[in-house]
Design a binder for this molecule. Sequence first.
Ligand code: SF4
Length: 340
Amino acid sequence: MPLLDTLGRPLGSLRLSVTDRCNLRCHYCMPEDEYLWLPREDVLSFEEIGQLADLFGEVGVGRVRLTGGEPLLRRDLPSLVAQLAARPWLRDLALTTNGVLLAHAAPELKHAGLHRVTVSLDTLRRDRFQRLTRMDALNAVLAGIDAVRSAGFPDLKLDTVVTRGDNDDEIVDLVEFAREMRAEVRFIEYMDVGGATSWRPDAVVSRQEILDCLSDHYGDLTPVDETSSAPAARYRLPDGTTVGIISSTTQPFCRTCDRARLTADGVLLLCLYAQHGTDLRRPLRAGASRETLLNLIRAVWKGRADRGAEERRAVRGRGAYIPLRLLKKDSHLEMHTRGG
Ligand code: SF4
């Protein structure tokens, strides 16, 4: 029997953050100069991550996505990948990365058993990349994307957060680039989650605007008919190329959300917008039994009513979700801690 929450949503996937650190400072996620980091001693070891992941596997999770911060900053990540990839309950093991360190890591990750890679890529222009991320790393990211292809990963996605006046003039360029790389680009609406302290409604480029831009250039788009808990709605261009759009801000999809999140220090979160989580690290380190931890996870998921993006959409006069003074007190409220 699948484990269902109060809205009948099964627990199906887990976003596993392996570090809260990041080597970029993207304007929609980490725009500040200073951050509060998780204490190093609180960060789960690979063995602890494996123990907790197995519990999630037991209650229905079949898909795991490794995230950060930037997950490739975690030392020896391929050994965690190899451990997880060997779990019989795991059907899909993916990684979301900013790509800066990927050129070197891709062959080892493939060898370790990673199934899929998603690379964040918001621009193809070097000066713009530097302005939007505060690092001159576009060439490294492009080399990383090449390396994913050379390593033989069958599935590559490129995630682009579209923000008005920053990169909304590159939508077609990014589709063309993705096609060249045999990848699928997914355009993501700018979200007002914790950490997005500069968020404002008029900076959001909506799904409809992205669709209009694509159909102006390519002609009619056909929605891809599929039943999935994946966040992207997919569309086919007249030549068969597919693109995805993740419309978390204007057309949220909380009703099909099957994702749990585990922070690098073992806090279970039920939503990207959740303000509180459940600490699994303390009971795990205190020697709680498997059954106790399983019951805790089951109880938390069964009580889940979260639908953060839908609730945010109903807010009038919407601005940044979490005030900076609160972010400075609790790093768990940051998107880079909860694996965006
Ligand atoms: S806002 Fe929360 S419930 Fe809605 S899709 Fe995102 S993580 Fe899931």
